[in-house]
Ligand binder design. Structure first.
Ligand code: HEC
Length: 121
């Protein structure tokens, strides 16, 4: 019986570790969501107004946002503001996998402003 309990705890810890590992955002998936007009139930893709992430190059390191004349205290809130006001979709859970993927994509844009792709880049 005791061994079974130890085994159960071990599996639980293993499961939780895996869950946290998967909770990290995926840049490639975020990019796909960013260009999907149906993302979050909307009718426009983020990419229509932010082509290739335009205008979001510094968003990954900001602490405060002013989207649609309102103030947001996190990148997740700013994303949701655009989802609701711009995409005409429904706000998504700030801790959801989709939000983490979108955030990972936006953070990956850092420093890309003004960079021109060179030949073979
Ligand atoms: C209809 C056009 C439009 C669409 C669609 C749109 N945005 Fe925006 N977004 C804007 C504008 C305009 C701003 C600049 C803030 C303002 O003027 O209110 C902005 C600002 C932002 C910011 C804050 C940037 C900063 O550095 O302050 C983030 C983050 C953002 N958008 C993410 C998204 C995401 C993610 C999507 C898709 C879910 C999206 N936007 C869809 C127009 C749009």
């Amino acid at each position: 019986m005791k061994i079974a309990k130890i085994m159960m705890s071990f599996l639980l810890i293993l499961g939780l570790t895996a869950a946290f590992a998967f909770a990290a955002g995926d840049v490639a998936k975020g990019k796909v969501l960013f260009h999907d007009p149906k993302f979050a139930g909307g009718s426009k893709s983020c990419g229509e107004c932010h082509p290739n992430g335009k205008g979001l190059e510094n968003a990954g390191s900001k602490k405060e946002f002013h989207v649609m004349h309102k103030t947001q205290k996190s990148l997740e809130e700013a994303v949701n503001e655009c989802i609701v006001a711009a995409n005409k979709g429904k706000a998504i859970d700030a801790r959801s996998q989709q939000m983490q993927d979108i955030v990972a994509y936006i953070k990956s844009l850092k420093g890309s402003a003004g960079k021109k792709p060179a030949a073979g880049y």
